[in-house]
Design a protein around this ligand. Structure first.
Ligand SMILES: [Zn+2]
Length: 330
């Protein structure tokens, strides 16, 4: 007499495409994606970023047209980085109402009412030395002297109509300073997405070409976190929440999936964003261009991993492609 072998049968979960879809534990929706773009003043400008194939530095008119198509595809959240007309030691163009980010915010909100506009708030794109804060004569980044400048930049974005401001400088107290600045300026409805746990990462390499923000001396390890740290990330997130952050973030995503998971379990609220950074994007693009990886399946696998780890929102240069891929398979 033959008896049934004694083991658990799980292959029924994945026998067919329908089985796999029905039994999916994790799903990814286009509404969870945020598309980061780089804007500049001028018109008709669309400069390819060599290190990030498929991404461009765009003048506001071109960006608005591109975002219209992206919005039609279902991506309704954009994160803006600016390329300013001028740089100085204090990054004063960061709070200039006529600069690229502020102009882009006004134009996007005017033409695409339902697009949620998030602005990056930092000084590194605006300072001549490329650091995220004020640099002292000794070459040290001065935390407290930087805070009012970040707050002023955030207020100028809010004035332009930004829905969410996202401080990325990794200065202690930056969320509190911005919250106070927004309240004082009459923008208590503007929300704050803290880049709470931002690591000093080699995966930011391609972004520095895109945003023209490479530090002219030294590096950012005195303010961004070391890859050895996980407890410290929880303390950073806790501090941002205490200071009034409406969203928290882990950046980068793929090399820090454990931090995303831990953050999502430790802090069920507020919503957690994860930034699938330039190097993570470009690595897949480069491998795909060489025929070493299939771009769609590698990118979607990476995005699914970030979601599975616990991210509520994913900032990714793949957002428009992912929207198209998701639509094709629905
Ligand atoms: Zn910065």
């Amino acid at each position: 007499m033959s008896s049934e072998p004694d083991f658990t049968r799980l292959r029924y979960l994945r026998e067919t495409e329908e089985d796999r879809r029905e039994n999916a534990e994790t799903t990814l929706s286009v509404s969870e994606l945020i598309y980061p773009i780089f804007v500049t003043l001028g018109s008709g400008i669309s400069r390819p970023i060599d290190a990030m194939p498929g991404q461009f530095q765009m003048s506001v008119d071109v960006a608005v047209e591109k975002l219209g198509a992206v919005h039609d595809a279902g991506v309704d959240k954009v994160l803006l980085f600016g390329l300013p007309q001028y740089k100085d030691s204090t990054g004063s163009s960061a709070q200039d109402a006529d600069e690229a980010v502020q102009s882009a915010v006004r134009e996007i909100k005017r033409t695409l009412h339902t697009m949620t506009v998030i602005t990056d708030v930092c000084l590194c794109e605006y300072t001549d030395h490329g650091h995220c804060g004020i640099v002292t004569a000794e070459g040290h980044v001065d935390n407290d002297a930087t805070l009012p400048l970040l707050a002023a930049a955030a207020v100028s974005h809010a004035e332009a109509g930004a829905d969410i401001v996202a401080p990325s400088a990794m200065m202690d107290g930056q969320v509190a300073a911005i919250r106070a600045g927004l309240s004082h300026g009459g923008f208590s409805d503007t929300r704050i997405m803290g880049y709470s746990a931002k690591y000093a990462s080699s995966f930011y390499g391609p972004f520095r070409e895109a945003a023209g923000s490479a530090p002219q001396f030294g590096d950012r390890r005195s303010y961004q976190m070391a890859s050895t740290q996980s407890d410290e990330a929880m303390r950073e997130i806790e501090a941002d929440i205490a200071e009034g952050a409406d969203f928290i973030m882990v950046k980068p995503a793929l090399a820090y999936l454990d931090v995303i998971r831990r953050a999502s379990e430790t802090f069920p609220e507020p919503p957690l964003a994860a930034y699938n950074v330039s190097g993570e994007y470009s690595a897949i693009k480069a491998a795909a261009a060489n025929g070493w990886l299939d771009e769609e399946s590698a990118a979607m696998e990476a995005l699914m991993a970030i979601k599975r780890a616990g991210a509520d929102l994913i900032i990714s240069y793949f957002a428009p492609d992912a929207a198209r891929w998701l639509a094709q398979h629905s």
